[in-house]
Design a protein around this ligand. Structure first.
Ligand SMILES: NC(=O)CC[C@H](N)C(=O)O
Length: 201
């Protein structure tokens, strides 16, 4: 089967780093800014950045409803940090008017690990990622307060949930796109491949 095409939501945030990581994990990666571009991808990454800005721009660009519709229909999607917040069913402490795409039945707390100068690195064991623990880079990162019954917790740090999967949706509090270790992107590319295989049976 041909190489999967994975989009990176390119409204704000560390888009380029995700494009590089996806290409290194054997996907064709392209930025997505318009509904027509969204329609053409087999999977989507929502990058780290500022979730309030991403939310605002998604509404402004007419992408929020198409994003919700595709994710609801099972589009494989992976969110890091601000992207995790965008995939949450509920934000504990949203800015006024802040919206999410949804996809994972979880409640997230923004900036839970502290401010920019309290950013840190930690070894994180991620279920489904073989080998050594992943170097987790936490930058004004959210944590997950609670998950619904359909969500699977893939990793915790300091007693808090930092990686979750629900069906075709994956989210991490940390930023594998910034460390040069492409195993989490590899896991997501495998999810996209599995979804395409299932779809073509
Ligand atoms: N590194 C990040 O993506 C930070 C996320 C940011 N604190 C937010 O609320 O969106």
């Amino acid at each position: 089967m041909s190489t999967p095409v994975i989009g990176v939501l390119a409204l704000q945030g560390d888009v380029r780093e995700h494009l590089v990581a996806l290409a290194a994990a054997d996907a064709v990666a392209r930025p997505v800014r318009r509904p027509e571009e969204l329609a053409e991808v087999d999977g989507l990454v929502v990058p780290g950045g500022e979730s309030t800005t991403i939310s605002k721009l998604a509404v402004l660009f007419g992408l929020m409803e198409p994003l919700r519709a595709r994710v609801r229909a099972g589009l494989p999607v992976y969110g890091t940090c601000a992207g995790m917040i965008m995939l949450a069913g509920k934000i504990l402490d949203p800015r006024s008017g802040q919206e999410t795409i949804g996809g994972i039945d979880m409640i997230v707390r923004r900036n839970a690990f502290g401010r920019q100068n309290e950013s840190f690195e930690a070894q994180v064991d991620v279920k489904g990622v073989g080998g050594d623990p992943v170097e987790g880079l936490f930058i004004r990162a959210p944590w997950v307060e609670s998950v619904g019954v359909q969500a699977e917790v893939l990793a915790e740090h300091g007693g808090h949930i930092v990686a979750v999967r629900q069906g075709n949706a994956l989210a991490t509090s940390f930023h594998p796109e910034l460390t040069g270790d492409h195993r989490v992107h590899g896991l997501f590319v495998d999810m996209v491949r599995a979804d395409r295989t299932a779809g073509s049976l």
